[in-house]
Design a protein around this ligand. Structure first.
Ligand code: SF4
Length: 211
C-alpha cells in the first residue's frame, strides 16, 4: 500500500470515528487533504462551517486567505498537506476541549507518520500547543524550531489574521520571511537554531528571530 492509499484508508476510519463527542453535531469529518508525499504539512485548529459541509479543510474565507499566502511564497495547495488538530467541527466554532484534542491526536499522529514531512507549520495556538505547550504564539510566530525529530514553524491562524489588521500584517511578514525555507524544506536541519526546552521555544541569545 503506498502513502496515498494509507492516507485514504485512514480518512475512511476518521469519517466513522466516535472517539469524542464532536462527531455528534458535525455534518462530516474533515480528515485533511493534499500530497501524501508533502514536505510541508499545515495544521490548523478544527473545521469551520464550510469545512464541515464540504468535508475539506480550509475552504472558507480563512482557507482562501491561506491559498493567497501559499501563492505568495510559491507553494501550491496540492503539493502540501493541510489538516487540523480535531477532525470534526466543534459546535459554534468553540475551542476544542483538551479531551477532544487528546482523543483526536492519534489520527494526526498517524497522518504525520505516513507523510513524514520536513516542516510542520502550526496555524494558531492549538496546533502550536501540541509541540510547544508553554510557548506563546505572540513570542514565537515565524520562528522555526526543532522538536520530536521535525522542524516546526508556528504561524498565526489565517482566521485570526482576518479579524485583525495587525495580525494579518504579521502573518504575511512571517510567510515572506520564511519563503526560502518553503522553497527548500530539506534545509531545515541547517537553518534550525531554535530549540525546545520545558515546552517553551528557546531562541539563541540576543536573537529575536531565526533569520
Ligand atoms: S474529533 Fe477526532 S476523535 Fe473526535 S470524533 Fe472526530 S475524528 Fe474522532
Amino acid at each position: 500500500m503506498d502513502n496515498r492509499d494509507k492516507l485514504s484508508t485512514l480518512a475512511r476510519q476518521i469519517q466513522i470515528c466516535k472517539k469524542c463527542p464532536l462527531y455528534k453535531e458535525a455534518t462530516k469529518a474533515v480528515p485533511g487533504e493534499g500530497s501524501s508525499e508533502a514536505k510541508i504539512v499545515f495544521i490548523g485548529e478544527g473545521p469551520g462551517f464550510y469545512e464541515d459541509v464540504q468535508g475539506k479543510p480550509f475552504v472558507g474565507n480563512a482557507g482562501k486567505y491561506l491559498d493567497f499566502l501559499l501563492t505568495k511564497v510559491g507553494l501550491k495547495r496540492d503539493e502540501v498537506f493541510i489538516t487540523n488538530v480535531v477532525k470534526h467541527r466543534p459546535p459554534e466554532n468553540r475551542d476544542p476541549a483538551t479531551a477532544e484534542v487528546i482523543a483526536c491526536s492519534a489520527w494526526l499522529e498517524q497522518q504525520l507518520a505516513i507523510i513524514s514531512p520536513k516542516i510542520i507549520v502550526t496555524l494558531g495556538r492549538w496546533s502550536l500547543a501540541r509541540y510547544a505547550p508553554r510557548a506563546k504564539i505572540s513570542d514565537v510566530h515565524g520562528k522555526l524550531f526543532r522538536t520530536q525529530g521535525v522542524a516546526v514553524l508556528p504561524m498565526y491562524h489565517p482566521a485570526a489574521a482576518l479579524r485583525s489588521g495587525q495580525t494579518q500584517k504579521q502573518l504575511e511578514e512571517d510567510f515572506l520571511k520564511n519563503s526560502d525555507l518553503f522553497s527548500n524544506p530539506e534545509k531545515t536541519e541547517e537553518l534550525t537554531k531554535n530549540t525546545l526546552e520545558n515546552g517553551q521555544v528557546s531562541l539563541p541569545e540576543g536573537q529575536g528571530s531565526l533569520f
